[in-house]
Design a protein around this ligand. Structure first.
Ligand SMILES: *[C@@H]1O[C@H](CO)[C@@H](O)[C@H](O)[C@H]1NC(C)=O
Ligand SMILES: *[C@@H]1O[C@H](CO)[C@@H](O)[C@H](O)[C@H]1NC(C)=O
Length: 207
C-alpha cells in the first residue's frame, strides 16, 4: 500500500539522516549545503495518496485536485511544523448532498474552493487537542477567519459544527504530527456560502 510506503520511506530517511556515514560525507563535501534549501519535515505524508487508499474519499480528493486545494494542503503539511488538520467526508456524504443538488450551484459560483478549505484547520490537532479546542469556539478554518467551526463534545465523541451542518468525527484516518485526517459523517457547510433561503431549503429541507 502506498500509505505503508510513505511510513517506510520516512523511517529510511530518519535512519539516513542520523547515519554517521552520511554525516561525514556531508562534512567532506566541497560544496556547502545551500542555505535556501528548505528544512525537511519530520514526517512526510502524501495527502493525495493517503486519501486515495483510505476512504472511499474519492469525491473529496477529486474536488481537491480540480481546484488545486490539494497543493495548498500539501504545502502546509510539507513546510510547516505547525501542520494541518483535515476533516474528510466520505463519498456517500457528498452523494447525499448531490441528490439535493446542493453542490451543483456551488461549482458555478466558484465557492467550491472555499468549501474545501473550510474542511481544514491550519494546525495539527490530535483528538485530545481537538476536544479541548471547544473552549475556543468558534475556531477559524483554512478558508479564513470568517469561516469558523465549533467543536463540541458529544458523549465522548467530537462534533464539528457549522450553522447548517452538525457533523460527527467517525474515525481517525491518520494522526501523526504534522498531519491529522479525520473522517466526518457529513459535508461541512459554511454559512458564508449557504446563506440564501434557497440554499437553506435545499440543505436543511426547510419549507
Ligand atoms: C511536498 O514535499 C514532497 C517531498 O519533499 C514534494 O515531492 C512535493 O512536491 C511537495 N509538495 C508541495 C505542494 O509542496
Ligand atoms: C459557536 O460557538 C460560539 C461561542 O460559544 C457561539 O456564539 C455560536 O453561536 C456557535 N455557533 C454554532 C453554529 O453553533
Amino acid at each position: 500500500m502506498a500509505f505503508r510506503k510513505v511510513i517506510f520511506a520516512t523511517a529510511v530517511l530518519a535512519i539516513a539522516l542520523s547515519s554517521p556515514s552520511v554525516a561525514s560525507k556531508t562534512k567532506n563535501a566541497a560544496v556547502p549545503p545551500s542555505p535556501t534549501h528548505p528544512p525537511s519535515p519530520v514526517y512526510y505524508v502524501d495527502i493525495a495518496d493517503l486519501l486515495d487508499v483510505a476512504g472511499p474519499f474519492q469525491t473529496f480528493l477529486n474536488y481537491l485536485q480540480k481546484t488545486n486545494v490539494i497543493e495548498i494542503f500539501q504545502s502546509q503539511a510539507n513546510t510547516t511544523k505547525i501542520g494541518i488538520t483535515i476533516f474528510v467526508p466520505r463519498d456517500s456524504a457528498f452523494a447525499a448532498l448531490k441528490k439535493k443538488n446542493t453542490l451543483a450551484g456551488l461549482i458555478t459560483k466558484g465557492h467550491l474552493k472555499s468549501l474545501l478549505l473550510y474542511h481544514a484547520f491550519r494546525k495539527f490537532y490530535s483528538l485530545t487537542e481537538l476536544s479541548k479546542l471547544s473552549r475556543r469556539n468558534p475556531v477559524a478554518t483554512f478558508a479564513g477567519s470568517k469561516y469558523t467551526l465549533n467543536l463540541t463534545d458529544d458523549n465522548g465523541g467530537i462534533r464539528v459544527k457549522s450553522t447548517w451542518s452538525n457533523a460527527k468525527i467517525v474515525s481517525c484516518v491518520y494522526a501523526r504530527a504534522p498531519v491529522a485526517v479525520y473522517e466526518v459523517d457529513k459535508v461541512l457547510l459554511p454559512m458564508q456560502i449557504f446563506s440564501s433561503q434557497a440554499a437553506l431549503r435545499t440543505v436543511c429541507g426547510w419549507n
